[in-house]
Ligand binder design. Structure first.
Ligand code: SF4
Length: 529
């Protein structure tokens, strides 16, 4: 069956007998949860819980709850989602796992749809948990299955790290025999799950004590493959898609080198030592941050070796952005391949993304721009993560910031309290559910003089139209229940024929010296029936 890397993870989890999968949509990870949802729709008797969660922190906590009662759980998200889930993630490493718990995280090097290109292998290292890094779709399936097994064997959550081009490309995947869901198994001793300092200390010691076991596992894992060719000067360490780019150039080229493929972490100390003893210099090829490259000198130091290490840090490979076969080819010292006419790599011209024709956000921004037109020196519009972030581009140029989920409201509130006269937050309905509720509650509690515009298109549009938690009705009730003056909660319909009316609503609330909320509600044209 030809599967996306994301779908291969989903099928690996389903065949590993998961009882639940927990996620908030985010490119390039969204298709993991969607694949499980499609499976559940086709096989409802599977009884896998697979609804979208309100945010990644809640998703992580829900997975921990399932693991605690002895069942298997998958939690999946994009790389920046792991920042949101960092609190339960770090502490779940200390509690350990009951039923197998796997955290699938899709990183986005080159930032195709993200604010940064952080590398989740650092998070696994930070939490002291094992990590798998597949190089292809088959490995995404196989490693997910293995991750559930070792999660239970070592009582530890395990991270599976994907990157965009693996998540979003297809290849044939062969399945292995599925296992049934685990029965309920309530822990006999709850101390390890109750992280009071007196319990957390021995749990953390237990976690540190497992580290040598994880290294031993890595050294014996077939996913870490060492090939020594005697008499070679160059040793290559390659991981994830970097391994594919290496192989694409290496196979049949006549290049003489030994190599180590890294598929599991922590790094396999013995295999690294064997490679280092066989070569005179090491080139590290890895997608994302120079994680292996940074760690390598300490391994060499322990061996008393001082080999040159090349990679992203010395400029042999670019420090930022995705790798590709051409960049890796140059790093290997091979001449570039000549492209046939019409196949030049930059033939496809980059074009910036834009709001769809007829998008409700266009009408919201047109009205907001007019309301703020005479206040340009005293206004900042803080925005958030969603399609509406595209309002930064011409012809709108309506927004002035985008930091992380929910930050629009926090930033607008604090700026207003420190003297900004017209301080506006623009946030989508799904992002508001995710991380906007708490800063708005704080703003209302202090009656901070700012305006929040919730652009409610009734979906999580940017990731393909997933359901949201609060819809029309519950959203207004929630906001009113926070104690805001009902006079300053307004609903508008962003349409060209409502333009004058909407400008007037914006103008009135911008002059109000307290907290106001405007819900600009019209369905995303991509999901409208
Ligand atoms: S997908 Fe929907 S919300 Fe996003 S730009 Fe298009 S119409 Fe607007």
């Amino acid at each position: 069956m030809a599967l996306l890397g994301d779908e291969a993870v989903a099928m690996g989890a389903i065949h590993s007998g998961i009882s639940g999968t927990y996620a908030y949509p985010g490119t390039p990870a969204t298709e993991i949860q969607e694949a499980v949802q499609k499976y559940v729709a086709a096989f409802p008797e599977s009884k896998i819980s697979a609804a979208w969660c309100i945010n990644e922190k809640v998703a992580m906590e829900e997975a921990v709850g399932v693991s605690m009662i002895g069942k298997r759980a998958l939690v999946n998200m994009k790389h920046v989602g792991l920042n949101v889930a960092a609190d339960p993630f770090m502490n779940a490493a200390v509690t350990g796992a009951g039923g197998g718990m796997v955290i699938a995280v899709a990183d986005d090097p080159s930032m195709h749809s993200s604010q940064n290109e952080q590398d989740s292998r650092y998070f696994a290292d930070f939490a002291h948990i094992p990590c798998f890094e597949p190089a292809n779709q088959q490995q995404a399936y196989d490693m997910t299955r293995e991750a559930f097994d070792i999660s239970e064997k070592f009582s530890i959550p395990v991270l599976v790290r994907l990157t965009t081009r693996l998540s979003h490309t297809r290849a044939r995947v062969n399945f292995t025999e599925a296992v049934a869901q685990k029965p309920l198994s309530i822990p006999k001793d709850f101390k390890g799950w109750t992280l009071l300092p007196s319990n957390a200390r021995p749990q953390f010691e237990k976690l540190i004590g497992k580290q040598s076991v994880f290294v031993n596992y890595s050294d014996n894992s077939p996913f870490n493959e060492l090939v020594i060719k005697s008499g070679t000067r160059l040793g290559v360490i390659a991981s994830g898609l970097g391994y594919n780019y290496f192989m694409e150039n290496f196979k049949g080229s006549g290049l003489e080198c030994s190599y180590l493929r890294i598929g599991t972490y922590p790094l396999p100390a013995k295999k690294i030592a064997m490679l280092a003893n066989a070569v005179d210099e090491i080139l590290v090829i890895e997608e994302g941050y120079p994680f292996i490259e940074r760690h390598l000198p300490s391994y060499l130091l322990k061996m008393g070796k001082c080999l040159p290490v090349k990679g992203r840090m010395d400029g042999t490979l670019p420090r930022t952005g995705e790798l590709n076969p051409e960049k890796v080819r140059a790093a290997l010292g091979m001449l570039p391949l000549s492209f046939t006419e019409g196949c030049e790599p930059d033939l496809v011209r980059p074009r910036p993304p834009a709001l769809c024709k007829g998008c409700p956000h266009c009408d919201t921004y047109n009205a907001l721009n007019e309301a703020l037109a005479d206040k340009l020196r005293q206004r900042v519009v803080f925005a958030d993560i969603g399609c509406y972030t595209l309002g930064a581009y011409p012809p709108y140029e309506s927004i002035h910031s985008c930091l992380c989920m929910g930050a629009s409201i926090s930033m607008a509130k604090s700026a207003a309290e420190c003297g900004l006269k017209y301080s506006v937050a623009v946030i989508g309905d799904s992002t508001f559910d995710h991380s906007g509720i708490t800063p708005l509650l704080e703003g209302i509690k202090r009656n901070a003089p700012f305006t929040t515009v919730i652009v409610d298109n009734s979906t999580t549009a940017m990731t393909g139209g997933q359901e949201t938690i609060c819809g029309e009705g519950p959203l207004e009730k929630l906001i009113l229940s926070m104690g805001i003056d009902p006079e300053h909660v307004k609903v508008m319909i962003p349409l060209p024929q409502k333009h004058e009316e909407n400008v007037a609503i914006f103008k009135k609330e911008l002059e109000y010296r307290g907290t106001s909320v405007i819900i600009a509600r019209r369905k995303c044209v991509q999901i409208r029936q």
